[in-house]
Design a protein around this ligand. Structure first.
Ligand code: BGO
Length: 743
């Protein structure tokens, strides 16, 4: 319950608080001490134009963390006494420094009104402040004042009184503090909610932040109220602190402060603060930002950086990818040679080695890509990318905070839609949040990378980096257009202002980069070894059963016997005697190929006969308009579970239904040689994989975050229809005009 008409004056020391307090209350003031401490407590009454307010002047502080007794007093008053409004006196001539405290009031979720004081000093220093914009971006009223002369005081009190009368539902500000801190915050918040821990006094995110800031008062209180839970929360903090120390050579409080300043700096950069002439020397980060986030140069540099990243990844990973491919070929052939023909051999070779091996083969590529992304992230450049993209985002009805969700989902490459969908929690507007979480799955996540890398590598080998860049642009364009479409139809509504944090640039440490790269690469390997392995086995079973009947098998056997019987006896004898790699006479070679063709036909018939084969064949009548044959369909059905499965299933499908009589080649070689595959089919398939239904885990996450399975179903249907329409369009266009299809 808010304290009726109590207004607290709060701000940094020397911001003009006392001057304002004296002006507002005149003779109606009295001085005492806060209970238990020797900090002076000044109270008074403001009375004018029918407005009567009880004014309390809080001690001047720079922060709300319990470092000093003043900070504790100010904070306890705000939390326990719950004044109706906090009038935050901000020194306009030192805006960025003063707003640091403001962000903390906003994070506390209390009604705030900014008194932008010392406007005369700011003006004298050539500073031009757009108060309307500042108010819009921070989401609080801003009233310019000159406390010394009393200018703006009446307006200030009118606004404060107005805010006091309808300020019950204030949403606390949510600043994103980067992946590490945000992750820890979520973990702590979940426990706080589950145990209803101190939530009657403090907002949960604020409490979680205080834990990360190692706030003495809160830590002690926590240990008193629920020692066991407090220990577990402190353990989370210790873990993230150790991680930050190891990877970035920093600690949680510093990261939090950096992001708060980043948030403020981003507000300033949006035209809030303009210097008529440069008096202050610009901070190094600001100087670098003048070039890197420049309206014209910035996007060009950004495109160059991303293209450079792709070039680096594809060029340097090529050799190790070939080594792994060769290794899995060898492993498959050796296993096949060691085991007798039969179900076990088929499961191990076609199901597991060709399936999972296909996904694991791309580990070097994934590792190089993650290394590049870690470099961009740890240096602070990724935040600038988000900052620049935000300008574009607003045009499409999305929020600035959406950008980070897109980047986390694989906006540059290699992320995952699940944390991307979760990252939308920082969005306050439900409509913007929905539009974001429905479109983040269009990004090229780590699971789509092997599909893209495989097909680009086979069919567009000359311009790998350029193609990857093109597909990134297509993913973003697709996501933005769909978002706009959603925002003007099913989720209509206004856009809300936003602020993007710009933490200072820092030199990444090699250790930090190595840890970040390895953490993510290990996730990929683990997923391949568990989820993908499981799905591969299920799909193998679906591609193997039901098996051909004895009658069908006998028919093939009869064909083989007939061929051998009609062949000249010495030729058949040579073939029977020769081992696998022996040189054959042309006649024996021809006989071998005829027999292999029968084997191929049998394998194809068996695959078509299986459950998956029947499904793939059944929809081929429709999918052929997009250029997909029945084997590709099987892979795409598998891709509903997880997108890597498209590669592993293609591996299994081509391995089971062997169409290449020689066999034993990598999937890339097999596809390159397959007659119905060409660059046009590959392009159509890439676009389909990029846009069709999110994987099952993402769908579940979308449904949970959007609060209804309706949205999960929407994502499956809408995305698949969209992807199919795009692929059909591309394939039919290419076929008609003879583009890319080798005609
Ligand atoms: C001295 N404009 C200008 N120009 N000055 C202001 C304004 C304003 O809007 N508001 C306040 N000041 P406090 P805290 C001083 O005391 O209220 C001035 O800590 C001086 N003193 O007059 O004390 C204000 O309560 C000798 O200045 O702030 C005061 O938040 C020479 O800012 C100072 C010049 O205000 C701090 C100024 C002996």
């Amino acid at each position: 319950m808010k304290n009726g008409n109590t207004i607290a004056l709060a701000g940094n020391p020397n911001s003009g608080k006392t001057t304002l307090f004296n002006r507002l209350t005149g003779a109606r003031q009295h001085v005492g001490n806060y209970p238990g401490v020797t900090v002076e407590k000044k109270e008074g009454t403001y009375r004018r134009n029918g407005i009567k307010l009880h004014i309390v002047d809080l001690p001047g502080t720079y922060s709300l963390t319990a470092y000093s007794v003043e900070e504790v007093v100010a904070r306890d008053f705000l939390v326990n006494e719950k004044p109706a409004v906090v009038v935050n006196i901000v020194d306009a001539s030192n805006l960025e420094r003063n707003l640091y405290l403001t962000t903390q009031f906003l994070e506390l979720g209390i009604p705030v009104c900014i008194a932008l004081n010392m406007m005369d000093v700011a003006k004298g220093r050539g500073l031009n402040i757009d108060t309307v914009k500042l108010s819009e971006l921070m989401g609080v009223p801003v009233v310019p004042t000159i406390a010394r002369s009393g200018k703006g005081n009446i307006d200030l009190m009118t606004v404060a009184a107005d805010l006091a009368s309808h300020a019950d539902t204030i949403q606390p500000l949510k600043i994103s503090y980067g992946a590490d801190i945000d992750g820890a915050l979520q973990e702590i918040e979940a426990r706080i909610v589950a145990h209803d821990f101190l939530t009657d006094t403090y907002p949960m995110r604020w409490l979680a932040l205080k834990y990360l800031e190692q706030d003495r008062q809160i830590l002690e209180k926590g240990r008193r109220v629920n020692p066991e839970l407090a220990r577990s929360l402190e353990a989370i903090v210790e873990k993230v602190a150790a991680h930050l120390d190891e990877t970035l050579d920093t600690y949680p409080e510093a990261v939090i402060a950096d992001h708060r300043y980043g948030y403020i700096s981003a507000i300033m950069k949006q035209g809030v603060l303009k210097r008529q002439y440069d008096t202050d020397r610009l901070h190094t980060s600001d100087q670098v930002d003048r070039v890197l986030t420049n309206r014209f140069l910035g996007p060009i540099i950004m495109a160059g950086v991303i293209l450079g990243l792709y070039h680096f990844t594809f060029t340097y990973s090529e050799l190790p990818v070939t080594w792994l491919e060769t290794f899995f070929d060898w492993l498959g052939n050796t296993t096949a040679a060691l085991l007798p023909d039969g179900l076990l051999q088929s499961l191990l070779v076609s199901g597991i080695i060709d399936g999972v091996g296909g996904v694991l083969g791309f580990v070097p590529l994934i590792m190089f890509m993650f290394f590049g992304i870690a470099l961009l992230e740890d240096s602070g450049y990724l935040a600038r990318v988000a900052f620049m993209l935000d300008r574009v985002f607003r045009i499409f009805g999305l929020h600035g905070s959406s950008v980070m969700a897109f980047i986390v989902s694989g906006g540059i490459a290699g992320g995952c839609a699940v944390p991307g969908v979760m990252a939308t929690r920082t969005l306050k507007s439900r409509r913007e949040r929905l539009a974001t979480l429905l479109t983040v799955p269009f990004m090229n996540c780590g699971a789509k990378l092997p599909v893209l890398a495989l097909l680009i590598g086979i069919f567009f080998a000359e311009q790998k980096a350029m193609l990857m860049f093109l597909f990134t642009i297509i993913a973003w364009l697709g996501a933005l257009v769909v978002a706009k479409l959603l925002r003007v139809t099913v989720i209509r509504g206004h856009s809300t202002p936003f602020v993007m944090e710009l933490p200072p640039y820092r030199l990444p440490t090699f250790k930090g980069l190595a840890i970040h790269t390895w953490e993510r690469t290990w996730q990929y390997i683990k997923k391949a070894g568990t989820v993908i392995l499981g799905i591969s086995i299920i799909l193998w079973a679906m591609m193997t059963f039901p098996r051909l009947s004895d009658t069908q098998l006998n028919a093939f056997e009869r064909q083989r016997t007939a061929i051998l019987q009609t062949a000249p006896a010495p030729v058949a004898a040579q073939l029977a005697a020769a081992d696998e790699d022996a040189a054959l006479t042309p006649a024996a070679q021809a006989l071998k190929e005829r027999l292999a063709r029968i084997d191929g036909q049998q394998a194809e018939t068996a695959l078509r006969h299986s459950i998956a084969g029947r499904m793939g064949t059944a929809i081929e009548t429709i999918t052929r308009f997009a250029g997909f044959d029945w084997r590709t369909n099987i892979a795409l059905i598998g891709g509903f579970a997880a997108k890597e499965v498209v590669v592993s299933t293609l591996g299994t499908a081509y391995s089971l239904g062997e169409i290449d009589p020689e066999g034993g080649e990598s999937l890339a070689d097999t596809l390159a040689a397959a007659p119905h595959w060409n660059p046009l089919v590959a392009l159509s398939l890439i676009i389909f994989v990029m846009f069709y239904s999110p994987c099952f885990v993402s769908v579940a996450c979308i449904a949970r975050e959007a609060g209804s399975w309706k949205w999960g179903a929407f994502a499956i249907l809408f995305n698949t229809i969209l992807a199919f329409s795009l692929s059909v369009g591309i394939f039919q266009f290419g076929k008609t005009f003879g583009i890319l299809n080798g005609v």
